[in-house]
Design a protein around this ligand. Sequence first.
Ligand code: MN
Length: 244
Amino acid sequence: MATLFISDLHLCPSRPQINRLFLDFLAGPARQADTLYILGDLFEYWAGDDDLGDPFNAEICAGLQILSKSGVPLFFMAGNRDFLAGDGFASKAGLTLLPDPALAAIAGANVLLMHGDTLCTDDEAYLNFRTEVRSPEWRKSFLALPLDQRKAKIEALRQESEAQKRAKPTEIMDVNPAAVLQVLTFHRCTRLIHGHTHRPALHRLEVAGEACERWVLPDWYESGGYLACDASGCRLLGWPPAAP
Ligand code: MN
């Protein structure tokens, strides 16, 4: 049995084919998994746990809950889009919230799990924004706003961030190699798994004389994909599987 990792699905009502693909994934490969880790940006946005009654959110949470009830442990680490997902979401979806970064023993090895945005240290404007919105004060005052006001503000932020992304050079949107070295050294791990950059790949590197792996998860824009790890190692797989 393998441990599976996904991230950056960016689920939203306007992309029904990806939502279908995700529910199929939950009923398919995820059912056979040892554990499923969701490493952020499951949702395109999350306005707060009081939005669980929204039919779209309810359908996704129900799919996760069914998987959880079937006996597959589910872990969720927030991404930059869904960092407002909290205990209400966790209980509705039957999953356990993880901090970022988190360490997990997977197939006997200590693995470092991250969403990936904090590795993009060249994007200072974004990191400043992140520090602001992740503060307990910001969270508290934002969640105190009425739900429709929060949604309007998020929509405005999304449009601003899209415009900024188009203006930024692509290099600063990727991880900074020194930041990768720093986290692997600090946490004494030889394997790092993260998403966020939408640049799925295996990067091999050496840290203090040790061979390390950095696995980057795929996004779910055109189709899906996941990372499967077991005692023999990890591999990136497409979803749905490519025709033989
Ligand atoms: Mn992200």
